[in-house]
Design a protein around this ligand. Structure first.
Ligand code: F6R
Length: 609
């Protein structure tokens, strides 16, 4: 993780770096720092804690200069501290580096450099990069960086400055995201587009193994071996306001409220004008290729994995193809059985998650076709997969994923229906009925959001508890897992999600007087069974909130309170039932005084294994 920015131009670089870092703070926020070329040479300021601390230090004693680099950190090697913060430098203080990623062989490099007289001050892997570049420098910073990276293994996006060549900013990418912003008389680097969007909409997306040399008047792209590359510029057509809070108290609340739009944007161009067919033109899979799929693996992490759990039900129900859903960090190391007729679907909001990317590469190595569901055009996952379904949720800034998850669900519904149409596993009227119900989802989400007050009240009640359970069967169990993760990550309340029928096999022992249990009961075929499980927890004193669908009286009779969702198909219910759970975790976190958008210990983009 971590976020990096860089600027070279004619304006005050400190301000531009700080603005960029504010947009990147979601990537890590335990410390921050900048290095700026000043009249007195390369100067660094860095501080443990949120960016605001660095900002106030810079207000007191600004760094005046028109080129610089900046960093916001999520600690991997070395605890959060001033000295471990980036930028790092060498002993001469002439070279400065910001880094996102991990240098796997840093210990051997460090030993080698120490033997040559270098003195290290931090516990980080990054510090070796600045020493290594200084060691290899003989008058050409580009060559020194190329030589240095040829010695490094691991993942890195780097921004490098040296006082000896103040008209250059060097950027390198290997397995960590990095983009170059191209302006007039000024150029930028950033870990992602929002960091530079205020200044330019023209970007180059660097590929792995590529570097860029930025000056005030231009950008040169080249391979790490120094071969020049020509690349088409990418024009960003979304607006910066979509990446800002737009009047909401937190990005998470804004993003929860953006879901109706995200649903519409993700599905609209993919449904025929007659509303009877799904059209996934972006997928290059022929009908024959679809008929040849014998199994599907869905691979992802965290919330995206939970979307994959729903995806399994959806595809199995619609296409009758066996599906396994796996956590990416497990999948790649368990020697999964992947054949040429396996379709691997990777799901990733950022498209940069290291574990998911590694799973994708492993699947491709084994000859599988890979379909990516991702929110970021041009991300590594999008570029490396054979086929891509973009979820048009817009930039997601809050660490807790909301609109990306629900857009992933929409993508699974569309893909499941696309398979059904080709395989003929459901008849045309079923498909048409499902599409009609899909199109109703955005306004149904709006109806749920209108009832936010009720969820807020319940969230305040449960916010004083230390433990809580979510239960459900079938698709409700998949959503329960997402509800539980959301609550844990931002409210820090311990919770567990259980398949409702599994509770009695051990965990029921934890149910005691007053413990909150949230029951998802949207799957009407399973309702009777779920009600029996509600009785089991009620008998042990649990306080039960039931989340069910309109017109279902049975649930109401057996719980302490209910939240009623608009009626939809059982298969589509996850796209509605997760909304109150997102609101619940938001309001519980707020009631506990937590930093909703930046929960402790986490970062938005996890580019380390
Ligand atoms: C939780 C959350 C994470 C991400 C996970 C994968 O709210 O956001 O669990 O879902 O880190 O990230 P992506 O989807 O970017 O691969």
């Amino acid at each position: 993780m971590c976020g990096i920015v860089g600027y070279i131009g004619n304006r005050n670089s400190q301000e531009i770096l700080l603005e960029g870092l504010k947009k990147l703070e979601y990537r890590g926020y335990d410390s921050a720092g900048v290095a700026v070329y000043t009249a007195g040479g390369l100067q660094i300021k860095k501080a443990k804690g949120r960016l605001a601390i660095l900002e106030s230090q810079l207000q007191d004693s600004p760094l005046e200069g028109t080129a610089g680099i900046g960093h916001t950190r999520w600690a991997t090697h070395g605890k959060p501290s001033d000295v471990n913060s980036h930028p790092h430098t060498d002993n001469s203080l002439k070279f400065s580096v910001v880094h996102n990623g991990i240098i796997e062989n840093y210990i051997s490099l460090k030993e080698e450099l120490i033997a040559k007289g270098h003195r290290f001050v931090s516990e980080t892997d990054t510090e070796v990069i600045s020493h290594l570049i200084a060691e290899l420098y003989d008058g050409d910073i580009v060559k020194a960086v190329q030589k240095a990276v040829s010695r490094m293994t691991g993942a890195y996006a780097l921004g490098v400055l040296t006082e000896y060549e103040p008209d250059k900013l060097v950027a390198v990418r290997l397995a960590s995201p990095l983009i170059i912003g191209v302006g007039e008389g000024e150029n930028f680097i950033g870990s992602d587009i929002p960091a530079i969007l205020e200044y330019t909409r023209n970007v180059f997306i660097l590929n792995d193994g590529e570097m860029a040399v930025l000056s005030r008047n231009g950008v040169e792209l080249m391979t790490l071996e120094g071969n020049f590359i020509t690349r088409e510029m990418f024009h960003v057509d979304w607006d910066i306001v979509t990446a800002e809070k737009a009047g909401f108290d937190h990005f998470m609340l804004k993003e929860i409220h953006e879901q109706p739009k995200a649903y519409r944007d993700t599905m609209s161009a993919r449904i025929s004008p007659e509303g009877d067919r799904v059209i996934l033109n972006e997928i290059g899979m022929t009908d024959e290729a679809i008929r040849n799929i014998s199994r599907i693996h869905i691979v992802a992490c965290g919330t995206a994995y939970h979307a994959g759990l729903v995806g399994k039900y959806v595809i199995e129900k619609l296409a009758r193809i066996p599906v396994e859903t796996d956590v990416a960090s497990e999948y790649r190391y368990r020697a999964p059985i992947i054949t040429k007729d396996t379709l691997v679907i990777v799901v990733s909001q950022s498209g940069e998650t290291a574990d998911t990317l590694a799973a994708l590469r492993e699947a491709k190595r084994c000859g599988a076709r890979v379909l990516a569901i991702t929110n970021v055009v041009g991300s590594s996952v999008a570029r490396e997969a054979d086929d891509v379904i973009i979820t048009w949720a817009g930039p997601e800034i809050a660490v807790a994923s909301t609109k990306a998850y629900t857009s992933q669900l929409i993508a699974f519904y569309l893909f499941g229906l696309h398979l059904t149409q080709t395989l003929g596993t459901q008849d045309a009227s079923y498909v048409q009925n499902a599409i009609t119900a899909l199109k109703e989802l955005p306004s149904q989400v709006e109806q749920i959001l209108d009832q936010s007050e009720a969820i807020k009240k319940y969230a305040e009640e449960i916010s004083t508890h230390d433990d809580l359970f979510f239960i459900g069967r079938g698709l409700d169990y998949a959503v329960a897992q997402e509800g539980s993760l959301k609550l844990k990550e931002i409210s820090y309340i311990h919770s567990e999600a259980y398949a409702a029928g599994e509770l009695k096999h051990g965990t029921l022992a934890l149910i005691e007087e007053g413990i909150p249990v949230i029951v998802l009961a949207t799957q009407l075929e399973l309702l009777e069974k779920t009600v029996s499980n509600i009785k089991e927890v009620k008998a042990r004193g649990a306080n039960v909130l039931g989340i069910g669908v309109e017109g279902e009286g049975e649930l109401k009779k057996s719980v302490d309170s209910t939240f009623v969702l608009p009626k939809t198909l059982d298969l589509l219910a996850p796209a509605l039932s997760v909304i109150p759970l997102q609101l619940l975790s938001y309001y519980a976190s707020l009631a506990r005084g937590n930093d909703v958008d930046k929960p402790r210990n986490l970062a938005k983009s996890v580019t380390v294994e």
